[in-house]
Ligand binder design. Structure first.
Ligand code: CDP
Length: 200
Protein backbone atom coordinates (compact mmCIF):
# COMPACT_ATOMS: atom_id res chain seq x y z
CA UNK A 1 0.00 0.00 0.00
CA UNK A 2 1.22 3.50 -0.80
CA UNK A 3 2.77 5.26 2.19
CA UNK A 4 4.90 8.37 1.81
CA UNK A 5 7.24 9.96 4.32
CA UNK A 6 8.31 13.51 3.39
CA UNK A 7 11.48 14.81 5.06
CA UNK A 8 12.50 18.41 4.49
CA UNK A 9 14.98 20.74 6.09
CA UNK A 10 17.96 23.04 5.56
CA UNK A 11 21.41 22.02 4.30
CA UNK A 12 23.22 19.24 6.15
CA UNK A 13 20.50 18.82 8.80
CA UNK A 14 20.87 15.03 8.78
CA UNK A 15 17.93 14.36 6.44
CA UNK A 16 19.92 11.81 4.44
CA UNK A 17 21.03 9.76 7.44
CA UNK A 18 17.57 9.80 8.99
CA UNK A 19 15.90 8.92 5.67
CA UNK A 20 18.20 5.96 5.08
CA UNK A 21 17.60 4.64 8.60
CA UNK A 22 13.83 4.97 8.20
CA UNK A 23 13.88 3.32 4.78
CA UNK A 24 15.82 0.39 6.22
CA UNK A 25 13.61 0.11 9.32
CA UNK A 26 10.32 0.06 7.41
CA UNK A 27 11.48 -1.46 4.09
CA UNK A 28 10.64 1.74 2.18
CA UNK A 29 12.41 2.95 -0.97
CA UNK A 30 14.44 6.15 -0.46
CA UNK A 31 14.93 9.06 -2.84
CA UNK A 32 17.43 11.80 -2.00
CA UNK A 33 15.88 14.54 -4.14
CA UNK A 34 18.86 16.85 -3.50
CA UNK A 35 20.83 14.52 -5.74
CA UNK A 36 18.58 15.44 -8.69
CA UNK A 37 19.36 19.14 -8.21
CA UNK A 38 23.03 18.37 -7.62
CA UNK A 39 23.16 16.38 -10.88
CA UNK A 40 21.59 19.31 -12.77
CA UNK A 41 24.03 21.71 -11.05
CA UNK A 42 27.00 19.53 -12.05
CA UNK A 43 25.85 19.51 -15.68
CA UNK A 44 25.56 23.29 -15.64
CA UNK A 45 29.10 23.54 -14.23
CA UNK A 46 30.13 21.41 -17.24
CA UNK A 47 28.52 23.93 -19.60
CA UNK A 48 24.97 22.59 -20.10
CA UNK A 49 21.75 24.59 -20.09
CA UNK A 50 19.94 24.04 -16.75
CA UNK A 51 16.45 23.34 -18.11
CA UNK A 52 17.77 21.00 -20.82
CA UNK A 53 19.87 19.24 -18.19
CA UNK A 54 16.83 18.73 -15.94
CA UNK A 55 14.68 17.47 -18.79
CA UNK A 56 17.26 14.92 -19.97
CA UNK A 57 18.55 13.69 -16.59
CA UNK A 58 19.40 9.95 -16.56
CA UNK A 59 20.10 7.58 -13.63
CA UNK A 60 23.80 7.58 -14.63
CA UNK A 61 23.93 11.33 -13.98
CA UNK A 62 23.28 10.61 -10.29
CA UNK A 63 26.42 8.54 -9.87
CA UNK A 64 29.08 11.22 -10.32
CA UNK A 65 30.96 13.03 -7.55
CA UNK A 66 28.07 15.25 -6.55
CA UNK A 67 28.77 15.73 -2.84
CA UNK A 68 31.09 18.71 -3.09
CA UNK A 69 30.39 22.27 -1.90
CA UNK A 70 30.86 23.56 -5.44
CA UNK A 71 28.15 21.24 -6.80
CA UNK A 72 25.90 22.04 -3.80
CA UNK A 73 26.09 25.75 -4.63
CA UNK A 74 25.41 25.07 -8.32
CA UNK A 75 22.43 22.92 -7.26
CA UNK A 76 20.92 25.70 -5.19
CA UNK A 77 21.36 28.15 -8.08
CA UNK A 78 19.52 25.93 -10.59
CA UNK A 79 16.90 25.08 -7.93
CA UNK A 80 15.46 28.62 -8.10
CA UNK A 81 14.37 28.03 -11.72
CA UNK A 82 10.69 27.10 -12.09
CA UNK A 83 11.30 25.13 -15.31
CA UNK A 84 14.06 23.08 -13.71
CA UNK A 85 11.81 22.21 -10.74
CA UNK A 86 8.87 21.42 -13.03
CA UNK A 87 10.98 18.98 -15.06
CA UNK A 88 11.72 16.97 -11.90
CA UNK A 89 8.22 16.81 -10.38
CA UNK A 90 6.82 13.74 -12.14
CA UNK A 91 9.79 11.52 -11.38
CA UNK A 92 9.55 12.40 -7.67
CA UNK A 93 5.77 11.86 -7.50
CA UNK A 94 6.03 8.50 -9.28
CA UNK A 95 8.70 7.46 -6.83
CA UNK A 96 6.52 8.51 -3.89
CA UNK A 97 3.60 6.40 -5.15
CA UNK A 98 5.46 3.05 -4.94
CA UNK A 99 3.59 0.17 -3.41
CA UNK A 100 6.27 -0.68 -0.86
CA UNK A 101 6.24 2.83 0.64
CA UNK A 102 8.72 5.63 0.05
CA UNK A 103 10.73 8.21 1.92
CA UNK A 104 11.77 11.32 0.01
CA UNK A 105 14.04 13.97 1.45
CA UNK A 106 14.56 17.49 0.15
CA UNK A 107 13.26 21.02 0.62
CA UNK A 108 9.70 20.99 -0.80
CA UNK A 109 8.53 17.40 -0.41
CA UNK A 110 5.87 18.07 2.23
CA UNK A 111 4.83 21.43 0.74
CA UNK A 112 4.84 20.87 -3.06
CA UNK A 113 5.83 17.38 -4.24
CA UNK A 114 3.81 15.27 -1.79
CA UNK A 115 1.41 17.52 0.14
CA UNK A 116 -0.67 14.39 0.85
CA UNK A 117 2.23 12.48 2.43
CA UNK A 118 1.13 10.38 5.40
CA UNK A 119 4.04 11.66 7.51
CA UNK A 120 5.91 14.96 7.17
CA UNK A 121 9.05 15.72 9.11
CA UNK A 122 11.09 18.91 9.09
CA UNK A 123 14.61 18.16 10.31
CA UNK A 124 16.70 21.12 11.37
CA UNK A 125 19.61 22.21 13.60
CA UNK A 126 21.60 25.38 14.16
CA UNK A 127 23.77 26.45 11.21
CA UNK A 128 26.91 25.89 13.31
CA UNK A 129 25.97 22.32 14.23
CA UNK A 130 25.01 21.49 10.64
CA UNK A 131 28.21 23.00 9.26
CA UNK A 132 30.33 21.06 11.76
CA UNK A 133 28.66 17.76 10.77
CA UNK A 134 29.11 18.50 7.06
CA UNK A 135 32.73 19.57 7.66
CA UNK A 136 33.50 16.21 9.31
CA UNK A 137 31.74 14.35 6.48
CA UNK A 138 33.68 16.21 3.78
CA UNK A 139 37.04 15.87 5.58
CA UNK A 140 36.49 12.12 5.95
CA UNK A 141 36.23 12.00 2.16
CA UNK A 142 39.48 13.95 1.88
CA UNK A 143 37.94 17.19 0.60
CA UNK A 144 39.88 20.28 1.56
CA UNK A 145 37.09 22.68 2.60
CA UNK A 146 37.78 24.63 5.81
CA UNK A 147 35.17 24.89 8.61
CA UNK A 148 34.61 28.52 7.61
CA UNK A 149 33.96 27.60 3.96
CA UNK A 150 31.49 24.89 4.90
CA UNK A 151 29.59 27.24 7.24
CA UNK A 152 29.50 29.90 4.51
CA UNK A 153 28.13 27.34 1.99
CA UNK A 154 25.42 26.20 4.41
CA UNK A 155 24.34 29.78 5.22
CA UNK A 156 24.36 30.92 1.56
CA UNK A 157 22.30 27.92 0.41
CA UNK A 158 19.78 28.23 3.25
CA UNK A 159 19.27 31.87 2.34
CA UNK A 160 18.83 31.16 -1.38
CA UNK A 161 16.62 28.12 -0.70
CA UNK A 162 14.37 29.98 1.77
CA UNK A 163 14.03 33.22 -0.15
CA UNK A 164 13.26 31.85 -3.62
CA UNK A 165 9.76 32.29 -5.05
CA UNK A 166 9.42 28.68 -6.30
CA UNK A 167 8.91 26.03 -3.63
CA UNK A 168 10.91 27.79 -0.91
CA UNK A 169 12.36 25.85 2.00
CA UNK A 170 9.81 25.92 4.83
CA UNK A 171 8.02 23.39 7.01
CA UNK A 172 4.57 22.23 5.87
CA UNK A 173 1.87 23.38 8.30
CA UNK A 174 1.37 19.81 9.48
CA UNK A 175 5.05 18.81 9.63
CA UNK A 176 6.62 17.58 12.84
CA UNK A 177 9.76 19.63 13.55
CA UNK A 178 12.80 17.68 14.73
CA UNK A 179 15.60 19.97 15.92
CA UNK A 180 18.74 17.87 16.11
CA UNK A 181 21.06 20.61 17.47
CA UNK A 182 21.31 18.80 20.80
CA UNK A 183 20.27 15.35 19.69
CA UNK A 184 22.28 12.40 18.42
CA UNK A 185 21.30 10.98 15.04
CA UNK A 186 20.09 7.83 16.85
CA UNK A 187 17.71 9.92 18.97
CA UNK A 188 16.46 11.75 15.88
CA UNK A 189 15.85 8.43 14.08
CA UNK A 190 13.97 7.08 17.12
CA UNK A 191 11.72 10.16 17.10
CA UNK A 192 11.04 9.80 13.38
CA UNK A 193 10.31 6.06 13.69
CA UNK A 194 7.86 6.70 16.56
CA UNK A 195 6.05 9.35 14.51
CA UNK A 196 5.75 7.04 11.49
CA UNK A 197 4.52 4.14 13.64
CA UNK A 198 1.67 6.34 14.87
CA UNK A 199 0.46 6.79 11.30
CA UNK A 200 0.91 3.21 10.04
O1 CDP B 1 22.69 17.45 1.53
P1 CDP B 1 22.31 18.90 1.66
O2 CDP B 1 21.21 19.11 2.65
O3 CDP B 1 23.47 19.80 1.89
O4 CDP B 1 21.77 19.37 0.21
P2 CDP B 1 20.88 18.56 -0.83
O5 CDP B 1 19.67 18.00 -0.16
O6 CDP B 1 21.74 17.60 -1.57
O7 CDP B 1 20.37 19.72 -1.84
C1 CDP B 1 21.24 20.50 -2.62
C2 CDP B 1 20.48 21.73 -3.08
O8 CDP B 1 19.43 21.29 -3.96
C3 CDP B 1 19.76 22.51 -1.99
O9 CDP B 1 20.56 23.52 -1.41
C4 CDP B 1 18.55 23.09 -2.73
O10 CDP B 1 18.85 24.30 -3.36
C5 CDP B 1 18.26 22.07 -3.81
N1 CDP B 1 17.08 21.22 -3.51
C6 CDP B 1 15.83 21.74 -3.75
O11 CDP B 1 15.69 22.90 -4.14
N2 CDP B 1 14.72 20.97 -3.57
C7 CDP B 1 14.82 19.72 -3.14
N3 CDP B 1 13.73 18.97 -2.98
C8 CDP B 1 16.10 19.16 -2.84
C9 CDP B 1 17.22 19.96 -3.04
Amino acid sequence: MKFTVAIDGPAAAGKGTISKAIAEHFGFAHLDTGLLYRAVGAKVLAGDDPVQAAKTLTPEDLHGDLRTSEVAQAASRVAVLADVRAALVLFQRDFAARDEGAVLDGRDIGTVICPEAEVKLFVTASAEVRAERRYLELSEKGQGDTREQVLADVIARDKRDSERAEAPLKPANDAMIIDTSEMSIDEAVAKAVAEIEQHR
